[in-house]
Ligand binder design. Structure first.
Ligand SMILES: Cc1ncc(COP(=O)(O)O)c(C=O)c1O
Length: 378
């Protein structure tokens, strides 16, 4: 009855765990939820000025918002104009559109290992064969492994800035090498960049796509982590040759993104998005430091980890093999939600890992959750 690809549609572990994690009293380190205190809450008076938003709009997005996004992208070193911008219904939609544009059964897709699991889920649905490249939490992807995967890839998907889940941020020099390798191979590069603004110890290097000379590219970002995920808005900027195809795919998917959200975000950009982010960063920094302290005190001898310089996650590697799914179930019984690391791999990983989100819980909850986790492990 169903299309063949439905057999490849695995249930998302994230959604299952998030459902359990939202039970009252559960301390959640599982999802990628921004801090409740950091969510952008527009003044209700602003809604009065949005009376023109109830009619259908343009597939590509509201013209002023596209202009503003293009200006931000140019400031990041991406040569583009507003005609290359597509406003998305969440950057997850960009993953869906890029999957539809490039992937059919057997398309070889280079992915980081570990990689953002909802991207892997979408690529798999469309029939991708994966070419995983290990991302070391300290040194990132090995140049030789990257190059040999690229040699047979038909699409490369990277999250080089505060990667979900590893937190790794590619330094400028590594970005240069990757751009040169992508150009040499002529493989389309899909760069996913939702965490760039959440930089705790200085700005991240400019995106890889701006360093390309000839390879086709799609760059995408999100307003979920800086403003509010409930607005469901992201954007992509693409090589001019790809824009008409992506626009038609978006038209077929949802006609256009929510106009109210687009205008609320435009107002936020005009009022200074960067100032809003500067105000919320201390909340994140405090929580990150609280998790680093709690990890050291409670699990210091059992795990290794890097303190993330941006993004929302700690990537924690056990020194000895641990059944992280059994741990997840027992932790939930103890009122703590965690995310097993193997969910982020397309093949069986070498190490037992966890992804722990630090943004959603208060410092006191982080301490309590880590203490409960430690007592389960000991
Ligand atoms: C790497 C990455 N890409 C895309 C998304 C989707 O974000 P949204 O649809 O909220 O913009 C996420 C969400 O966590 C993510 O981590």
């Amino acid at each position: 009855m169903f299309a063949k690809r439905i057999e490849r549609l695995t249930s998302s572990l994230v959604r299952d765990i998030l459902a359990a994690a939202s039970r009252p009293g559960v301390i959640s380190f599982a999802g990628g939820l921004p801090a409740e205190e950091a969510l952008y809450r527009p003044d209700p008076a602003q809604l009065q000025s949005l009376q023109h938003c109830w009619q259908y709009g343009q597939t590509e997005g509201e013209p002023q918002l596209r202009e503003a996004i293009a200006a931000e992208a140019r400031a990041l070193g991406i040569a583009c104009d507003a005609s290359q911008v597509l406003v998305l219904s969440g950057s997850q939609q960009g993953i869906d559109l890029v999957s539809k544009l490039f992937i059919e059964e057997g398309t070889r897709v280079l992915v980081e290992a570990p990689a953002y699991l909802a991207a892997v889920q979408s690529f798999r649905l469309f029939g991708a064969d994966f070419l995983p490249v290990t991302v070391d939490p300290v040194t990132g992807p090995d140049a030789q492994s990257f190059k040999s995967a690229l040699d047979s890839a038909q699409l490369a998907y990277l999250t080089p800035t505060f990667q979900n889940p590893s937190g790794y941020c590619y330094p400028a020099e590594q970005r240069e090498h990757i751009a040169a390798a992508v150009d040499a191979a002529g493989v389309p590069l899909f760069e996913d960049d939702p965490y760039r603004e959440l930089a705790f110890d200085g700005a991240a290097p400019q995106p890889i796509v701006g360093r390309l000379k000839n390879a086709p590219w799609v760059y995408q970002g999100s307003f979920s982590k800086t403003l509010a995920p409930g607005l469901r808005l992201g954007f992509l900027v693409a090589h001019p040759a790809l824009v008409p195809h992506l626009t038609r795919l978006k038209q077929a998917a949802d006609l256009h993104s929510n106009r109210l959200s687009q205008h609320l975000i435009l107002q936020a950009l005009q009022n200074g998005l960067h100032e809003h982010v500067a105000q919320i960063l201390p909340v994140y920094r405090e929580r990150r430091d609280a998790m680093a302290d709690a990890l050291t005190r409670h699990l210091g001898d059992l795990v290794s980890w890097q303190k993330p310089v941006g993004g929302l996650f700690f990537w924690v590697r056990f020194k000895q093999a641990v059944d992280t799914h059994a741990l997840m179930r027992r932790a939930l019984e103890a009122g703590v939600a965690i995310m097993p690391g193997d969910a982020f791999y397309t093949t069986t990983p070498e190490h037992s890992c966890l992804r722990l989100n630090f943004s959603h819980s208060s410092p006191a909850e982080i301490e309590e959750g880590m203490a409960r986790l430690a007592s389960l492990l000991r």
